[in-house]
Design a protein around this ligand. Structure first.
Ligand code: SAM
Length: 629
């Protein structure tokens, strides 16, 4: 009997049988690759018949080559393509591999399957390091210092191809034999492959079934039957006619307004893709606004319903947990994080959440009060959810470090007065400063974004005051070794202090630090963790910082093209804001997504999730605005 499929967001893993050290699918009764020599078969069928070595070597610096695949399986094809790309492509070109997988291999199985190919081991290790937990949806892996990107959609191929935004130059059609797995070879899949193909795209597959060859021919591919690998007599390959080579119009220089987390992560992402970036900010340095706190926690509040909103938060959390340890290890502290139940209401919510969803333990697990106390090092009156891969960061230092890149120029103390389109470019004027001109502009100005927008329009954003409180370690009865969150958060010590906060003051523009806010933080902290503070009230001598978070009417972030009141896009102008108090969680994935949009690459967010961050949704419906110049 087949095992029961897990509840969402978990996805059913592949069940493997091992024959002579090689994996066979128990479900499909078929091999993952040829038993004669899987790697040679991949090179012959997929690399050779898509002419990849030649096409890789004729790429120009700055080009991106996109491969689409049906059936990621063990990742052998991906690694072989990556290896060939390393061997043949110029160093400034990049490879983007988009693959789908309905029954992903467990991490241990993947390791065992790839151990068969010692020559691929450095690449296999890099893949394993970032291989996602087995939850449904789109996962973006950035490998080889950004030279290679993998968009891995865990889910059914049709659903994936309908939801993803990309166009491929070559296809690896590798979903078990049509006789074992007819679903993956339906005409709908063929049509979707065609839709996601660039002019001149090629395809290759080990099968030679006539119906499939005719299906692709009807979709517009010139099809050809050629000799198969090893004992297989035939296989098929195909090619779409080439139209004139299209220029993808990638902007060469981009202006980012705002040097907080959003702006800094985006600037760095673009710079690593070879784009020249100018970052302008009114502050005297990076992270002058809400991103300037010394400590911040990486956490997500995942909804009881596994809907698009929860899926987006989960994707962002997992991406952030991949991004920080690899890219910014010196400011990332992977201590783990407790989301304490605390109140009866939150306890009930967590119970429902656990009943209705199935998350892998590597993402989160329920813990008792006793376990919570052991994990965090502070006496916890209640249990909660433990996020073992989370932790805390130093946001101010992070912004600073990210902007240190030869392709990034910074303009601090730049008080922007006007942003206008000029000759298909964008021009930003600032008090007493030379104008800044770029091919595209991204406004990442936190709560000041609205003032910078070159459209008259009512975007539903609001600023929420937040004051954090720093307490000397000596005022605590126990030192936290992990982040504790609930009605407040408490971070592990840094520089002899711990930070707790933050207040959430609606309609309060007061920029000054005040005693009443410190008292509020301290009262909430002692309510959450009674006994964590020594007797004496530390509020009068506490220090802290005030900043303003930018949130939207639906508390979802904004990342996408700027539109005017009629919903028309202003070419080359983009928004990146509304991250609320979860900037550390949102910013890495949304920076990746926006950089994809700006560079014309496969998008890190499928359409269903991209819609949730689209600026258009924030326009108040009643407002009429006009397009400028
Ligand atoms: N390319 C893989 C490699 O390099 O190891 C081998 C792929 S294996 C022959 C076929 C894969 O297609 C399996 O991993 C299987 O789970 C997956 N698959 C089958 N039906 C699918 C579907 N409807 N949607 C997505 N993936 C599917």
């Amino acid at each position: 009997m087949e095992p029961l499929a897990p509840s969402l967001p978990s996805i059913e893993p592949a069940t493997l049988e091992w024959r002579d050290g090689q994996p066979v699918s128990a479900r499909f009764g078929d091999v993952y690759f040829s038993r004669e020599n899987g790697l040679e078969e991949t090179r012959y069928v997929f690399l050779g018949h898509n002419r990849l070595p030649d096409r890789f070597s004729s790429l120009d610096e700055g080009d991106t080559f996109v491969i689409g695949e049906t059936g990621f399986g063990t990742g052998l094809n991906f690694l072989a393509a990556w290896q060939a790309f390393r061997d043949h492509a110029p160093s400034g070109a990049s490879l983007h591999f988009v693959s789908v997988e309905r029954y992903p291999l467990r991490a241990d199985d993947l390791r065992q399957a790839l151990a068969f190919w010692p020559e691929l081991s450095p690449l296999a290790e890099a893949l394993q390091q970032q291989y996602p937990p087995l939850v449904t949806g789109c996962h973006r892996l950035v490998l080889d210092g950004g030279r290679v990107r993998l968009t891995l959609y865990l889910g059914d191929a049709v659903e994936a191809l309908e939801d993803l935004s990309f166009r491929a130059d070559a296809w690896f059609l590798d979903g078990f034999a049509p006789a074992c797995n007819p679903d993956l070879w339906e005409q709908r899949v063929i049509e979707l492959v065609r839709t996601h193909s660039r002019p001149g795209a090629t395809l290759a597959t080990f099968t030679s079934v006539g119906r499939i060859r005719r299906g692709f021919a009807e979709a517009g591919f010139r099809m050809e039957k050629v000799a198969g690998f090893g004992h297989k007599r035939d296989m098929i390959r195909g090619e779409l006619p080439v139209s004139a080579r299209q220029s993808c119009g990638v902007p060469r220089c981009i202006l980012v307004v705002g040097a907080g987390l959003a702006g800094s992560l985006l600037a760095r992402n673009l710079a690593e893709r070879g784009v020249q970036v100018t970052v302008a900010d009114q502050g005297e340095g990076p992270g002058a606004g809400a991103s300037g706190n010394a400590q911040g926690a990486l956490y997500a509040k995942l909804g009881v319903q596994f809907n698009a909103q929860t899926q987006l938060s989960l994707a962002a959390l997992l991406h952030a947990q991949r991004y920080y340890p690899l890219n910014t290890p010196d400011v990332w502290h992977p201590t783990g994080l407790l989301m304490m139940a605390g109140s009866g209401q939150e306890r009930q919510r967590q119970q429902k959440f656990l009943q209705q969803n199935q998350y892998p333990e590597s993402i989160l697990r329920p813990v008792s009060a006793e376990q919570a106390t052991t994990l965090t090092g502070v006496p916890c009156p209640d249990g909660g959810l433990w996020f073992g891969q989370s932790g805390w960061l130093e946001p101010a230092r992070l912004c600073h470090n990210l902007l240190e890149h030869p392709n990034i120029k910074t303009e601090f103390g730049f008080r922007a007065t006007r942003l206008l389109p000029c000759n298909s470019r964008w021009c930003l004027s600032g008090e007493g400063r030379q104008d800044l001109v770029a091919d595209a502009v991204v406004i990442a100005g936190g709560h000041q974004t609205r003032a910078l927008m070159p459209v008259v329009g009512d975007y539903r954003m609001k600023a929420i005051r937040g004051q954090v409180t720093a307490l000397p370690v000596a005022s605590l009865t126990a030192q936290p070794r992990a982040v504790v969150t609930g009605t407040r958060y408490l971070n592990p010590p840094m520089g002899g202090q711990v930070i707790t906060g933050a207040t959430f003051d609606l309609h309060d523009p007061d920029p000054q630090e005040r005693l009443s806010s410190h008292q509020e933080n301290i009262d909430a902290l002692t309510g959450m963790l009674p006994g964590v503070l020594r007797e004496e009230n530390p509020a009068p001598s506490a220090t802290g910082r005030v900043s303003f978070r930018c949130t939207t009417h639906d508390y979802q972030p904004i990342a996408g093209p700027l539109v005017n009141g009629e919903g028309q896009v202003l070419d080359g102008a983009w928004l990146f804001t509304g991250l609320g108090s979860k900037g550390l969680m949102w910013a890495p994935l949304l920076a990746e997504y926006l950089a994809d949009c700006l560079c014309g690459e496969p998008l890190a967010l499928p359409k269903s999730l991209a819609a949730r961050v689209d600026p258009k949704r924030c326009l108040a419906e009643t407002v009429t605005t006009s397009r400028i110049a």
